[in-house]
Design a protein around this ligand. Sequence first.
Ligand SMILES: Cc1cc2nc3c(=O)[nH]c(=O)nc-3n(C[C@H](O)[C@H](O)[C@H](O)COP(=O)(O)OP(=O)(O)OC[C@H]3O[C@@H](n4cnc5c(N)ncnc54)[C@H](O)[C@@H]3O)c2cc1C
Length: 662
Amino acid sequence: MQNDTQTYDLIFVGGGASTSLILFQLKKRNLLDELSVLIVDAELKTRSDKTFCFWAEEESRMAKELDFLIKHSWSSIVDSHGEIKELRPHKYHHIDSLDLYNFVRKIEGDSHIDRLNVKVDTVSCDDQGPYILANEKFFRGKTIFDSRTPVFKKTSKVQKHLYQSFIGWVIETEKDLPESDSFRLMDFDIEQNGFTQFMYVLPFSKNKALIEVTRFGNEPIETTGAEALLQGYANKNFGDFKIVSHEVGCIPMSNFEIERNNDSGIFPIGANGGQIKPSTGYAFKNMYEQSLTIADCLENGALPLQIPPQKNKPKRFAFYDSILLTILGSKPEKGKSIFLALFQKNETKMVLKFLDEKTTIWEEVLLFSRLPLVPFLSALIQLFFHSRSFRPTMLIVICSILFLLGNHTAAQDILGYGLLLVGFVTVGIPHGAIDHLIESGNWELKGIAKFSLNYISKALLMMFLWILSPQVALLFFLLFSSWHFGQTDGKNWRFSNLTSFLWGASVLIFILGTHTKETAAILSAIDSHFFKLALPFWSLFPWFIVALLTKRTSFVLTLVWLLLSSQLPLILAFGIYFVGQHSLSSWSHSSEYLKLSNKSMWMHSLPFHIGAWALLAITMVLNTFFIQTTDAEVWGIFFIFIACISFPHVIWMHKLYSRNSN
Ligand SMILES: Cc1cc2nc3c(=O)[nH]c(=O)nc-3n(C[C@H](O)[C@H](O)[C@H](O)COP(=O)(O)OP(=O)(O)OC[C@H]3O[C@@H](n4cnc5c(N)ncnc54)[C@H](O)[C@@H]3O)c2cc1C
């Protein structure tokens, strides 16, 4: 690091809306006199690029504080039937982005604020604290606010990333506008073309208005189509007009995770700080709230700043956002009827309260009851199908059916072992037969001989251990299986290494310990007699407390089916865990890492998959004919076989998880 590095109290990476709102708060509280500040933005911010609008109660702090910037306010809205509805106690306000940027320019003059018009390449932290690298120069900041464009990352199949794209004209009309005191939020009286699209109209005077065609969808709106819609709409509603200026924009409507720099002293703000509400694209109000939190912290705390997480909004609103994104993403043509019903059948005041995430559950029930049911139900089913809770719920159903069929009945055997066989063929064995892909990332015939030799030698090592000392081998098997099972489940629930291991050991011991007789019979067949542990079904209860305290629904459901499985025969209980929980999770982690489809991974697994079945068949045939006879003995040999082939697999999966965490 250079010695002449300049240090600031605060560095703002990006000088847009979120930065401006924070600086406004700091100025208002006279905090800027004490602080050295650097703003770095490649854009000069000398033109009006955005029309910021928000609704706020007339007496609210936001409306009062930002009053000097507010250019227009509307106290009524025109609905889709042309009816004018009062917004009271709210007003809809408009701030021109240039007025906000100019305000910041003005305070730059009388505070210790430096500005640099370059792109920031790096925002990071070393042992001396946070720093930025811009145009090959280092700057240190005791605290850095980062408002660069967010980088979204998909972390679950249910997440959606849509665009709210719009193209607008400010027009001057020859005739007076039909209603110049009221605005139109969503006028669906335009072609939908298979999307959810509408007109947004903000009248600025009797013959001047912003008209904007907006699309919520998987693809942004294209200029030619949008301009045709604007032209048609303006002619139809306002007669002759001339275009004064343009506004083009695209706001992410996303419930993807935003990649974060978690270093201390670096805070993402604005869109990068997750302030855009996914289902509406509005962010200004949230950014104002964030600016208050930050200014409070600066007023009361020393640098480097400690900013508490923003006041927890109820999680259900994120869920509602996800439902709407699911509908808009998969059935965009349904958007029109939903939004029409939302505004038509509910009081506007209530809709705004809902969008502000301030409604009670009862108010939400009433509001939803007035919306079309089918798209919501189908989105709910889609979300559930892809949610973490789906699989454990299915396992609860399977365990319950097997339990009701009665232990060791023909029906239970056919269904239970039939399902296990299907599970072993589709994912149980294949999940361990793709380790060659984890090693090299793709199917390379060249390295396969070396890999196979390496793999088989590790399996043989394990087999020698069984021959040398079955008890040591069993203990080793239990230990590495606990590690491996824990590692796979732990990734789902974001456990630490220690918690993962404890969980893996608990599950394994629980399954064996709730089937003491069967476990003892199998172990005695493989010459190990030390497992005498008998566990009651409630021995998993401490984990229930963990699951409830950490609010992990899928974990709670997993514990429920594990409890049920303790009442089934050992092979079924273990098989359901191995296939239904462990192999499926491991498979999806591998597919995420390898970025391959299920089909492609399964095809790639075939050589080792077939090899594993062949080896198993040879082992079982040899043992059945020449050495062993009883069922327990056959299962004993099966477990030794599993231990041998799983030992190298555990090593390769550990490599995958370590690479992932790095
Ligand atoms: C056209 C438009 C209209 C909108 N209207 C509304 C509205 O009416 N109401 C509402 O609630 N929300 C609205 N939004 C959403 C949201 O309020 C805005 O996107 C808002 O500008 C987000 O503020 P921000 O500070 O996060 O980002 P910005 O205001 O975009 O500021 C980020 C700044 O970072 C700079 N930057 C990016 N990368 C770098 C880098 N590597 N180095 C240096 N600088 C960098 C950019 O040049 C930019 O100036 C609108 C969005 C758009 C696009």
